[in-house]
Design a protein around this ligand. Structure first.
Ligand code: NDP
Length: 284
């Protein structure tokens, strides 16, 4: 019997999730259908689509922009939240367990798993994160759980970084006990083990105001695809770099594990997705 999954978002046509999950299903020998579900952005429409999906026998749903917070609110009222979802204030994975709707967030652990798969040392590492939006928020607890020594959160709008840290500390004892600082992006300086770009500056051509005194051993951009100015900047300073494609695969693999119990081989899936026969379609 075909197992049904979906990703709900707006826009959604660009989503690579159906192909990624199909690659996992091929490994697992599972018959799946994973749909892209466009939804109007109001809460009533979101709830109607989610309820229709699960009432119709759907097994699991991914949630993307702009619905991650709505999914969080919905699970808070009608189900349960994982620790990572509670800390992130956002849900990217929905499923039923023992007839209870579970909202999880696999984005941050997906990033951690990707870094560990590249042998990037997280235990005792000093990390800088640039950006204080939803993506930054979602990675903070998984990084602390992975054993990092400190996190410096830098943002264009300093008060947003400060508010984010205050909110996380208030709601999570692990984060409260951790060494987390904040500063403006242009004031971020010193040598870090890893610097993560969690801004949405992306491929706009705009450049972050990075100080000359800012260096790192490793630089990670949550964006993926074409050449990323943030990564070139640190490559020129001798750092090892990575884009966020592995994070995308990592969060998907964790969702697939929660839904099916199958631990997909992310590297094998990456190879399958980069097969020239599929590649054009995948990157379009
Ligand atoms: P948000 O909109 O929540 O946050 C955007 C952040 O970027 C803010 O901190 C904002 O600063 C900063 N920013 C935006 N434009 C600029 C600019 N021109 N200069 C400096 N700072 C800027 O976005 P998300 O947190 O949801 O996403 C951030 C990125 O992470 C996106 O590129 C997204 O695609 C990527 N991502 C990747 C994932 C993956 O699996 N690889 C998963 C999730 C996200 P300010 O507060 O000052 O406005």
């Amino acid at each position: 019997m075909t197992a049904h999954f979906m990703v709900i978002g707006n826009p959604i046509a660009h989503s690579k999730s159906p192909m990624i999950h199909q690659a996992f299903a091929n490994q697992a020998g599972l018959d799946i259908r994973y749909a892209r579900q466009l939804c109007p952005t109001d809460e009533a429409s979101f709830i109607a689509v989610i309820e229709a999906f699960f009432n119709g026998g759907g097994i699991g749903a991914n949630v993307t922009v702009p619905f991650k917070q709505m999914a969080f609110d919905y699970c808070q009222k009608n189900g349960e939240l994982s620790n990572n979802a509670a800390a992130a204030g956002a849900v990217n994975t929905l499923y039923y367990k023992n007839e209870v709707l579970i909202g999880d967030n696999t984005d941050g652990q997906g990033l951690v798993n990707h870094m560990l798969s590249m042998d990037w040392q997280l235990t005792g590492a000093n990390i800088a994160i640039i950006g204080a939006g939803g993506a930054a928020r979602g990675v903070i607890l998984p990084l602390i759980d992975a054993g990092v020594a400190s996190i410096t959160l830098a943002n264009r709008t300093l008060v947003k970084a400060q508010d984010l840290i205050a909110d996380l500390r208030e709601n999570n004892a692990t984060i409260k006990a951790a060494d987390i600082q904040s500063c403006e992006t242009s004031a971020l300086t010193g040598d870090f083990d890893i610097i993560i770009n969690a801004t949405s500056i992306g491929l706009t051509g705009d450049k972050l105001p990075l100080s000359d005194g800012l260096t790192c051993s490793k630089a990670y951009d949550m964006m993926y695809g074409k050449s990323l100015p943030f990564l070139s900047h640190f490559e020129n300073k001798g750092a090892v770099t990575s884009d966020g494609f592995g994070m995308l695969l990592g969060q998907a693999a964790l969702s697939f594990l929660l839904w099916t119990g199958f631990a997909a081989d992310v590297n094998k899936a990456k190879t399958a997705l980069q097969d020239p026969a599929l590649g054009d379609r995948f990157w379009r």
